[in-house]
Ligand binder design. Structure first.
Ligand SMILES: [Fe+2]
Length: 397
């Protein structure tokens, strides 16, 4: 579905909403919209959407009592398997794009990682692997180990940008990359809070090379839990989320794309979006020459954020942890943090997909998924130092 800039759209103004959710403004907007139309909470759910989603991926933070429920501790014998696999892969003298279950063999750990991968797609949707002794390895050996272990969770690696990078460094780059043309338009490269969102792709892996002096808690939340509350109290917002939205491409060509943010596909509830595409972030404000979002959409963005926050689980991310989450079924966020001389938060991200276990990709997302996972082994880059993601033309994104 495409939109044309009609006179009505051109005259419409962007709602008073920014990247950082403002609870007072959210409540005022809700009160205003309900006063204008008190029947909104009584509206019908869009056809095909369930009144209540059930299953292990529907949970709330308070349901979890101990991190031992989701942390898998690597034993010395398993760490030895990882060292052996590193040696095996290096002996092949192959491009790193060829790292796979076959070239990075883990005789006993592989089956365990396979069942943890099943937990991502058919269980609670997350787990943590603890602890990779990250200081024992060079950065490039660590990249092999990280991609190698992860290939037993999800066989396909996604590209992080237009230049074939499959590793993305998540670190405060505001000082080191202050010269970037166009500035930093993504909270991931700052110490700022990152609000609830999902990444593109099926699975997200994050390895912690170092944690911050203070803050930086990683939070996850069940999209199904958020969905159930909205379906019960504000079905009109479910309808809003399931209809096409205008996503800013921030100077890309075309200037915007359109698609829904919420899908019900093969029994799964999927929420897929990043708030900055509707509000802008930092130096990248919402493009003035594209249609604004609506008041209903502004309310829906805040409703999803605040419900996700209410039901979230904070993960105690430690140095050497690898956190795996299902980005189709869980939203995630990160608290603001403070680095100091000894503690400079540094994560490396991979996007993965397990082709055997994967959920069917909703049609409007398929072109993005195809682009993401179409990177050939030779094209894959494994940058060992932080860089800002780039489009194919070199512009930052
Ligand atoms: Fe993210």
């Amino acid at each position: 579905m495409t939109y044309t800039l009609t006179e009505t759209n051109a005259a419409a103004v962007q709602p008073d909403i920014s990247y950082h959710p403002d609870e007072a403004k959210y409540k005022q907007r809700t009160a205003r919209r309900l006063a204008e139309n008190p029947k909104l909470p009584k509206s019908q759910l869009p056809s095909g959407f369930p009144s209540n989603l059930e299953g292990p991926i529907v949970w709330e933070g308070a349901d979890w009592t101990s991190e031992e429920q989701w942390v898998f501790h690597l034993t010395p014998a398993q760490l030895q398997e990882i060292d052996n696999a590193l040696a095996d892969f290096k002996a092949l003298n192959e491009h790193m794009g060829y790292i796979s279950k076959d070239t990075f063999p883990l005789p006993t750990l592989s089956a365990i990682l396979g069942s943890l991968a099943a937990e991502l797609y058919s269980g609670r949707g997350f787990f943590v692997l603890r602890t990779i002794p990250v200081d024992n390895y060079t950065r490039s050996d660590l990249a092999i180990i990280y991609a190698g272990i992860s290939s037993h969770v999800g066989s396909a690696r996604g590209k992080q940008d237009g230049t074939g990078a499959v590793l993305a460094h998540i670190k405060d780059l505001t000082l080191s990359h202050a010269h970037e043309k166009g500035g930093i338009g993504n909270a991931a490269y700052t110490t700022d809070k990152q609000v609830f969102h999902t990444d593109v792709g099926d699975l997200i892996a994050l390895i912690a090379l170092a944690t911050a002096a203070e803050g930086g808690v990683s939070r996850i939340s069940s999209s199904g839990r958020v969905y159930n509350e909205l379906a019960a109290t504000r079905p009109d917002l479910i309808k809003t989320l399931s209809e096409p939205w205008i996503l800013d491409t921030f100077g890309g060509q075309p200037g915007y794309t359109t698609r829904p943010l919420l899908y019900h596909e093969d029994g799964h509830i999927i929420i897929q979006y990043s708030r900055r595409h509707f509000t802008g972030y930092g130096t990248q404000s919402r493009s003035p020459d594209i249609p604004p979002i609506t008041e209903a959409q502004a309310e829906a963005l805040d409703a999803v954020h605040f419900l996700a926050e209410k039901y979230s689980l904070g993960l105690n991310f430690q140095k050497g942890d690898i956190q795996y989450i299902n980005s189709l079924g869980l939203l995630h966020a990160r608290d603001a943090f403070r680095d100091d001389r000894e503690h400079v938060r540094h994560l490396i991200r991979l996007w993965l997909r397990n082709d055997k276990l994967a959920w069917p990709t909703p049609k409007p997302l398929q072109p993005i998924w195809q682009r993401l996972y179409s990177v050939s082994p030779e094209e894959q880059r494994f940058p060992v130092e932080p860089e800002i993601r780039r489009k194919a033309n070199g512009a930052t994104k």
